[in-house]
Design a protein around this ligand. Structure first.
Ligand SMILES: *Cc1c(COP(=O)(O)O)cnc(C)c1O
Length: 239
C-alpha cells in the first residue's frame, strides 16, 4: 500500500523529465489523480501522499466518495478539489454544479447554461473546460474543433462559470508521432481561442500512457489514473 506514494513519485518524475525535455518548468504541469472505480481508502492514501485533486467519471460514484472522504479526512476534506472528467448528461448538471470544482467535459451550450444557472451564488464560479473531439469519427465525445470557438465564446459569457481551457482524449495509440499530432492540433486550437481574446490557462491533455507527448505539446494538466492507482476494476461494476 506504500505503492501509491511510490507510483506518484514515479509519475512526478516522468512529468519533470518531459517538461525539462520541452524546456518547460515542471510546475507548469498539474497532476490530476483520476480515481474512478477505486475505493475511498485509496483516495485517502493518495491525499496523504500529497495529491489533492481527484478526477471522477461518474457523478453518483463521485458523490459517494466525497461523503466517504469527508469522514476519513475531517476538516482537511475541504482541501480536496473534485474534477468531473467523464461525459456529462444534462439531467445530471445540478449535482455537478453543486458539488464539483471543475468540469472537463463541457461540449454543449445547453449543459453549460444549466451548470451556470445551477451553480450557487455562494460558491466560487465552476471551472470549466471544453472537451474537443480531436479524433474525428472515432470518438463521439466532445465538440468538433470547428465548433469550439463559438462554444467557448458562449461559455465565457456565463456568469457562474469560469472558462479555463480545453480538454481532449485522443484515440489510444502507441505511436508517439500520432499522439503528438493529435495533441498539437488541440494546442493550436487553444492558441486560436486565446488569440480571439479569451483568457485561458488550462490545457487538459495526457493520461498514463501518453503524458510525455502531451507535455511536449503544451499540456498544463495531465489526468493520470492507472499509473497512480494501478489497474481499474471493471468500470461497469463501479458505474
Ligand atoms: C480514465 C480516464 C483517465 C485516466 O486514464 P489512465 O490511462 O488510467 O491514466 C483520464 N482521463 C479521462 C477522461 C478518463 O476517463
Amino acid at each position: 500500500m506504500a505503492a501509491i506514494r511510490d507510483n506518484m513519485q514515479a509519475v512526478s518524475e516522468r512529468i519533470a523529465r518531459a517538461a525539462a525535455a520541452a524546456g518547460r518548468s515542471a510546475d507548469a504541469v498539474r497532476l490530476l489523480a483520476v480515481s474512478k472505480t477505486h475505493p475511498p481508502a485509496l483516495l485517502e492514501e493518495a491525499f496523504r501522499a500529497g495529491l489533492t485533486a481527484f478526477g471522477e467519471n461518474y457523478v453518483q460514484e463521485a458523490l459517494e466518495k466525497m461523503e466517504a472522504l469527508a469522514h476519513l479526512l475531517g476538516e482537511r476534506a475541504r482541501e480536496v478539489e473534485w474534477h468531473l472528467v467523464g461525459p456529462l448528461q444534462s439531467n445530471k448538471t445540478r449535482l455537478v454544479a453543486e458539488r464539483f470544482d471543475w468540469v472537463h467535459s463541457v461540449s454543449s451550450t445547453k449543459v453549460a447554461r444549466r451548470l451556470s444557472e445551477q451553480r450557487a451564488p455562494g460558491c466560487a464560479p465552476l471551472n470549466v473546460l471544453i472537451q474537443v473531439n480531436c479524433s474525428g469519427e472515432r470518438s463521439k465525445s466532445g465538440v468538433a474543433p470547428g465548433d469550439a470557438l463559438a462554444l467557448a465564446r458562449a461559455v465565457a459569457q456565463l456568469e457562474r462559470l469560469k472558462l479555463r481551457g480545453l480538454m481532449a482524449i485522443p484515440e489510444p495509440t502507441r505511436d508517439a508521432a500520432v499522439q503528438r499530432e493529435r495533441f498539437r492540433a488541440v494546442r493550436e486550437l487553444y492558441e486560436q481561442l486565446r488569440a480571439d481574446g479569451l483568457t485561458l490557462d488550462t490545457l487538459s491533455l495526457g493520461m498514463s500512457d501518453d503524458l510525455e507527448a502531451a507535455i511536449a505539446e503544451g499540456s498544463t494538466l495531465v489526468r493520470v489514473g492507472t499509473a497512480i492507482f494501478g489497474a481499474r476494476r471493471r468500470e461497469k461494476d463501479a458505474a
